[in-house]
Design a protein around this ligand. Structure first.
Ligand SMILES: Nc1nc2c(c(=O)[nH]1)N[C@H]1C(S)=C(S)[C@@H](COP(=O)(O)OP(=O)(O)OC[C@H]3O[C@@H](n4cnc5c(=O)[nH]c(N)nc54)[C@H](O)[C@@H]3O)O[C@H]1N2
Ligand SMILES: Nc1nc2c(c(=O)[nH]1)N[C@H]1C(S)=C(S)[C@@H](COP(=O)(O)OP(=O)(O)OC[C@H]3O[C@@H](n4cnc5c(=O)[nH]c(N)nc54)[C@H](O)[C@@H]3O)O[C@H]1N2
Ligand code: SF4
Ligand SMILES: [Mo]
Length: 742
């Protein structure tokens, strides 16, 4: 047998927001090892167990390699031309007869991690021209986008902890030890947290569960779920009451301090304490410690977003950062400078149009559009409810709402009523199994990659590119190409025009951006196509770019691709006022919409807690709903367990490992109990993304240990009315023992 030489490839991990640089070794067309790339300028060798599962993903026999078309209720393999012919035959007449709003678009989490999907989804949405756009953002971070947009002028101007220089980090509703960070790209949080504490800093965690992050922190306070708005408002109240507000450098850049002081004045620590389950003195001390620390930062994530007052909680996190002089300061909450694609590095610095919500409303419930989207939890009713504008067809892109959205069982039924459905997906899963046509993306190891979104949230500035590790099958197009074929169809062209249309649309973009110089710019980009051409354009025109020769030392894609492990662009720098895009040119501390909602919260401050509520959690060996088919991650202990406090388990007659029935919203699921004193009494925790026991799917490994779907017992009607975000945390449930498992 002849030995095949091993080759080494650099690949940025597309699985979570940490975006680690990996070294993938291959021989004879197979992956032989996956390690952290020590030479990566950003992640410096860090990786988590999921990275290794890229091998399983690449080799997974269940991963789709050809399009599928549903014929007589069964999915059968088809050619790409057949798939597009089917879409043309069935989708276009729906638009012709019922209008563009009759086709909905549902976008899922992996779309944010794929450069082809992220750069071409806007083109697809534009070509479709439907108001019915739904995404995982309204199951996740829309509250933070809205509060950031209102305060700083753009939806994606989100301040992140400068952990390298911070010495007091207050974390609410985030567990970066398991999630590896979110709206905060921070590979090796563990190492950075350890360094923070080694230099004498403190980490304090507010979480109903003593999470993995709380376990490595200096202090943990088990808040009642959904009460963050009260805690944060009471902390702001304390800062004002005790004369601890200091604005210093930001003073001339801030509007609304007085209005804010008035608005939080009713939220005394005494009034908030019972609702939060945290003593008044502790609330005061949290505020004092924050004010006293030299370089401090408050960071809130999904636990603070997925609640009724998610936008308020997200806003108050930044309010505290401003009031304690920690926003835009080294060691505080800072705005990264992305080398490409950030809106806050384009246009006139320091001022802008701000954001607008409610330009249209959902047809049935009248929910306002936010950032061009409607709440994902309203998709079912838009399909079910007859009348003009009813959703009759759906295009999903890397989205599995049957598992990931509350009321998923109802949605699964609703999808069955559609006249036509297309899924861009790599599996035949709980959602895509409803589709008439499935168009598969490639293995991530067959795609090139540049992070479009995450440098905007990174704890250090960087620009990195990775080339494909393997060559894809000749007839398997990259997803941007598939999207351009859809765009062509929707614009009344032949799918065969996709590449020519890409040239046209990119040409239009360049003409808008470069005006008189567009010919030269087009020529400079002539060697590239598709997303790589867009990345080169954005990099060269970006804040570190070569400006097409005007700044010869600046970046372009060739330079980034040639640099092993990418280009380091330094630590985060203060950016106020340049980063702002509010009409006033200032940070808006007291937007009217938020003050109005705060009055609503005030009216609920004395509400009694339900006896038992449920929250979610994440596990480092799982990722939302789609990695349970990868053997390396699927092995080991059962992960879809119901965590409960010993006192609760005892009073409900539940035993460790025994099955419990969780009932909510008229539905129920069964999961094994795991008794642990890490849970706050009256709160149970079940992870989301499970429930792989629906018929019609083809994920054989996942089906062996399907788990229970948390979203089956959550109420799809509960949401934050401002952002449209679903309430996923602190929802009342009943928990009872199950005599025996069927
Ligand atoms: N109860 C509860 N529910 C939650 C959450 C929670 O905390 N609690 N979290 C919410 C959050 S934060 C999120 S982001 C959502 C996530 O929910 P979704 O946005 O639905 O994302 P996933 O569950 O990750 O499913 C991803 C889909 O993309 C497909 N896919 C994977 N890779 C590719 C690819 O390269 N190309 C294409 N075309 N498809 C691909 C997968 O097969 C799968 O169908 O879940 C939300 N749901
Ligand atoms: N391993 C892994 N990594 C992931 C994912 C995954 O599924 N698995 N998903 C990715 C995605 S899509 C996202 S959005 C990010 C999310 O990243 P994180 O925001 O870090 O999410 P979680 O790890 O779920 O941590 C949320 C914490 O909030 C707590 N919590 C729940 N309710 C409340 C509340 O009312 N108040 C407070 N203060 N805390 C509360 C929970 O107990 C939990 O510890 O993770 C990403 N990374
Ligand atoms: S933390 Fe893990 S899954 Fe996330 S990018 Fe790094 S290696 Fe990939
Ligand atoms: Mo997410």
């Amino acid at each position: 047998m002849t030995e095949q030489p091993e080759t080494s490839h650099y690949r940025i991990c597309p699985l979570c927001e940490a975006c680690c640089g990996l070294e993938v070794r291959t021989a004879a067309g197979k992956v032989t090892s996956i390690r952290g790339a020590e030479y990566d300028v950003f992640s410096r060798g860090y990786l988590c167990p999921k990275a290794v599962a890229l091998k399983d993903l690449h080799e997974d026999p269940d991963r789709l390699r050809t399009p599928l078309i549903k014929r007589n209720g069964r999915h059968v393999a088809a050619s790409w031309d057949e798939a597009f012919a089917e879409i043309q035959r069935r989708l276009l007449p729906i638009i012709a007869t019922q209008g563009r709003d009759a086709v909905a678009l549902a976008l899922g989490n992996p779309a944010a991690h794929k450069m082809g999907l992220l750069l071409y989804t806007p083109r697809l949405a534009k070509a479709l021209g439907s108001k019915n756009v739904y995404s995982a953002s309204t199951l996740d971070q829309m509250p933070k986008q809205l509060s950031s947009g209102l305060m700083f002028g753009h939806w994606l101007s989100i301040a992140v902890p400068d952990i390298a220089r911070c010495d007091h980090l207050l974390i609410l509703g985030a567990n970066p030890m398991a999630s590896n960070g979110s709206l905060w790209t921070v590979p090796d949080f563990r190492g950075k947290a350890r360094a923070l504490r080694a230099r004498g800093g403190r980490i304090v965690v507010i979480d109903p569960r003593r999470s993995e992050t709380a376990a490595v922190a200096d202090a943990h306070h088990a808040i009642r779920p959904g009460a963050d708005v009260f805690l944060l408002a009471a902390m702001a109240n304390t800062l004002f009451a005790e004369g601890l507000v200091k604005l210093k450098r930001l003073e001339p850049n801030v509007n609304g301090v007085d209005a804010l002081r008035d608005a939080v004045s009713p939220f005394t620590p005494e009034r908030a304490a019972a609702r939060c389950g945290i003593a008044a003195n502790t609330i005061r001390q949290l505020a004092r410690d924050l004010a006293a620390a030299e370089r401090a930062c408050v960071y809130g994530r999904i636990g603070t977003c997925t609640q009724r007052y998610g936008t308020l909680a997200s806003w108050l996190v930044d309010v505290l950062n401003v009031l304690t002089d920690n926003l835009d300061e080294p060691g505080g909450a800072m705005f990264p400078t992305s080398a490409a694609f950030a809106h806050n590095t384009r246009g006139k610095p320091g001022v802008g149009g701000g954001i607008t919500v409610g330009r249209h409303r959902s047809r049935v419930s009248g929910a306002p559009e936010v950032f061009g989207e409607l709440p994902m939890t309203l998709l079912s009713e838009e399909i079910e409810t007859p009348g003009p504008g009813q959703v009759k067809a759906l295009i999903t892109v890397a989205s599995n709402p049957v598992l990931s959205s509350p009321g998923g069982a109802r949605l699964a039924q609703a999808l069955g009523q559609l006249d036509f459905m297309v899924s861009l997906d790599i599996y035949l899963n709980e959602t895509s199994c409803r589709a008439d046509v499935i168009l598969p993306g490639r293995s991530p190891l067959e795609d090139s990659h540049y992070d479009i979104a995450f440098p905007q949230f990174s704890d250090r500035n960087h620009a990195r590119f990775s080339a494909p590790v393997f060559r894809a099958a000749a007839d398997h197009p990259p997803e941007w190409h598939t999207m351009m074929r859809l765009v062509a169809l929707l614009r009344g062209r032949s799918p065969d025009d996709a590449l020519a249309l890409d040239d046209e649309l990119t040409g239009d973009e360049i003409r808008r951006f470069a005006g008189d110089h567009s010919h030269a710019v087009l020529q400079a980009l002539a060697g590239r196509r598709g997303p790589e051409r867009l990345v080169d354009l954005a990099l060269r025109a970006g804040p570190f770019g070569d400006q097409f020769g005007l700044e010869p030392g600046g970046l372009n894609l060739d330079k980034v691709a040639a640099a092993p492990g990418g280009v380091d662009l330094g630590e985060l720098r203060p950016r106020v006022p340049e980063v702002l895009r509010t009409p006033s040119g200032r940070i808006e501390l007291a937007p009217k919409m938020l003050l109005d909602d705060l009055r609503q919260a005030q009216a609920e401050i004395d509400t009694e807690a339900p006896a038992m509520v449920i929250i979610g959690r994440r596990d480092v060996r799982s990722n939302n709903s789609w990695m349970h088919n990868l053997p390396t991650l699927a092995k080991g202990p059962e992960r879809c367990t119901l965590l409960m406090n010993p006192a609760d388990a005892e009073s409900l007659g539940l035993r460790d490992g025994g099955p419990a029935r969780i009932s909510g919203d008229g539905r129920s699921v069964v999961a094994p109990v795991e008794i642990t004193d890490t849970m706050r009494p009256g709160v149970a925790s079940l992870p989301h993304g499970w429930g792989h026991d629906r018929p019609g799917t083809r994920m054989n490994v996942a089906a062996m240990r399907p788990g229970a779907n948390l979203n089956d017992v959550l109420d799809e009607h509960q949401r934050d009315p401002l952002s449209g975000n679903a309430v996923l945390s602190g929802v009342a449930v009943a928990i009872t023992p199950v005599a025996s498992v069927a």
